[in-house]
Design a protein around this ligand. Structure first.
Ligand code: GDP
Length: 528
């Protein structure tokens, strides 16, 4: 049996961050192909199609060409175990994305060679930076005309304030693409324009000064490459593992996800450079992955994955210990023991029962609502993993129920969906109907569709007159009462009964803060 330390060292848990259309889905498919997890390209999409026929809300995803739900894919390659956490790219789902990023140890940033850094890349990068996360850069679509590689690297360096170190270098681009030069091993990975899903690659050992390079790519391309590499080697720092691990330096790979080109280099790069699971902070202490007691946290809830069962899956990141099926862990928030008898693994092709799992692995824990985002499960002492935020909803609407007989069911639907963490439900204290808050307005379309398809209730969302919400608290209970009394029509409770102030405009919020300096207004509610 391998040791816990060995198993931990073999794991790489990462996410891909990118702007929509940069090629994340295509790259994901290809990475899974290298993992032997799927034989054909298109399988990720094909799986998506199957899911969609089962659930209508996925239709929105299809219609708008965006990916709504994040998922987990596990695969193996050259002896290492990878867990790839998918993050939805559309900005309306950023809250979900932020939480998913709390569960990985590194990220791959995919850029379109013609576009460079785009708005969503920047936003997601900022989240990674907050956590000093190591980032590997993949410049995609070099099979098409793109910007000059040096220009792209300069943009990464300047916009993100990161040191960049190219690991491969494109030889030509678009129609003239001959291959990429592997700057570490001095060889050319040849590009064949006819290649699609082949994973075998042709590499030619061709040191820069050898005539083999001219033979491989032609004299003109070889000459140009020699000039460029001279510039590159002079102009960029040496790769420094420590600086990369601290989030200050990014190694850069060039390739084409569509043509399965440069992807093997990228995957090996992740294996070689990206960190295995790291120690994680809790409110008590740092938890090392190699501790023998199992501990971890829930970063995402997905309800109704199977519409026939009102089950929900809690996505749980193991941070320490060797997990064995059937094991009992303490649910710290409730103080109760939970036996994890049927956890699932997300192998790329199917959901499988997890027998054993290690730090860095993600398990799905089916449950009936006991588990919430941010919850810690621990075999060791009571503690809570830190840093999984709840965001203030930026768009608020009032629920409109078309059939008043169904109020109870609607409440249940709203609660269930809120538990997934993408929406929040507030009950105004004046007794009026629920106010739902989301980070992006597109979420309302998703909610409407899901409420209808999964609960059979017709409901809609309309302007409720509120623009923003703040959690309010005060050490002095009397003062809190005075505040609530003065703002009766603004007060609501969240699902956990915490007091929330709903503002009709920013001026009103400012006024309330001014009038009641003892009250704390918070835009996020950290889970613990
Ligand atoms: P996502 O939105 O980031 O998941 O992007 P997709 O993977 O869906 O890709 C967006 C579009 O770019 C699709 O039409 C892909 O076929 C195309 N695409 C992805 N990678 C490449 C590539 O390497 N080269 C070219 N030419 N097109 C690509």
């Amino acid at each position: 049996m391998t040791s816990l330390a060995q198993e931990t060292a073999l794991r790489r848990t990462f996410a891909i961050i990118s702007h929509p259309d940069a090629g994340k889905t295509t790259l994901t498919e290809k990475l899974l192909m290298f993992g032997g997890a799927i034989q054909m390209a298109g399988a990720v999409r094909a799986r998506g199609e199957q899911r969609r026929t089962r659930s209508d809300w996925m239709a929105i995803e299809k219609e708008r060409g965006i990916s709504v739900s994040a998922s987990v894919m596990s695969f193996e390659h050259e002896g290492l175990s990878y867990n790839l956490l998918d993050t939805p790219g559309h900005e309306d789902f950023s809250e979900d994305t932020y939480r998913t990023l709390t569960a990985v140890d590194s990220a791959v940033m995919v850029l379109d060679a013609a576009k460079g850094i785009e708005t969503q890349t920047l936003k997601l990068f900022e989240v990674c930076r907050m956590r000093d996360m190591p980032i590997v850069t993949f410049i995609n679509k070099v099979d098409r005309e793109g910007r000059e590689p040096i220009d792209l690297l300069d943009e990464v360096e300047k916009t993100l304030a990161l040191d960049v170190v190219p690991v491969t270098w494109p030889i030509g681009m678009g129609r003239d693409l001959k291959g990429v030069y592997d700057l570490v091993n001095d060889r050319v990975i040849m590009f064949d324009p006819g290649r699609g899903d082949h994973i075998a690659e042709m590499a030619v050992d061709a040191p820069l000064d050898s005539p083999k390079l001219d033979e491989a790519v032609g004299a003109a391309a070889a000459a140009r490459l020699r000039d460029e590499v001279e510039l590159v080697r002079g102009g960029y720092p040496e790769f420094d593992l420590e600086s990369f691990r601290a989030g200050h330096m990014t190694p850069v790979f060039f390739g084409s996800a569509l043509k399965t080109f440069g992807v093997a280099e990228l995957l090996r790069g992740i294996g070689r450079l990206a960190p295995s699971p790291l120690a994680r902070k809790t409110d008590k202490r740092l938890v090392e992955p190699t501790e023998d007691k199992v501990a971890g946290f829930v970063f995402k809830i997905q309800a109704n994955m199977d519409p026939n069962h009102r089950d929900r899956i809690a996505f749980f990141r193991i941070c320490s210990g060797r997990f064995k099926r059937g094991m009992k862990v303490k649910h710290v928030r409730s103080g109760k023991l939970m036996a994890l008898v049927n956890p699932v693994f997300f192998l790329a092709q199917s959901r499988e029962l997890a027998e054993e799992a290690f730090p860095g692995d993600i398990m799905g824990i089916p449950n009936h609502g006991q588990l919430r985002i941010g919850d810690t499960l621990s075999e060791a002492e009571d503690m809570n993993f830190l840093g999984i935020p709840t965001f203030a909803p930026e768009v608020l609407r009032r629920v409109r129920l078309d059939d008043p007989m169904k109020a109870k069911q609607l409440k249940k639907a709203l609660d269930d969906l809120a538990e997934e963490g993408v929406s929040q439900v507030f009950k105004p204290v004046d007794g009026s109907t629920w106010i739902v808050g989301v980070v992006g307005p597109l979420q309302f379309d998703v909610l409407t569709t899901r409420i209808e398809s999964e609960y059979g209730i017709k409901a809609g969302f309309e302007d409720g007159g509120f623009v923003t919400a703040r959690w309010v608290s005060c050490d002095d209970a009397k003062e809190m009462d005075r505040f609530a009394l003065a703002h009766k029509t603004n007060m609501a409770e969240d699902r956990e009964g915490a007091a929330v102030y709903l503002a009709r405009n920013t001026w009103q919020l400012g006024r309330a803060q001014q009038d009641f300096p003892a009250i704390r207004f918070t835009a996020t509610r950290e889970q613990h």
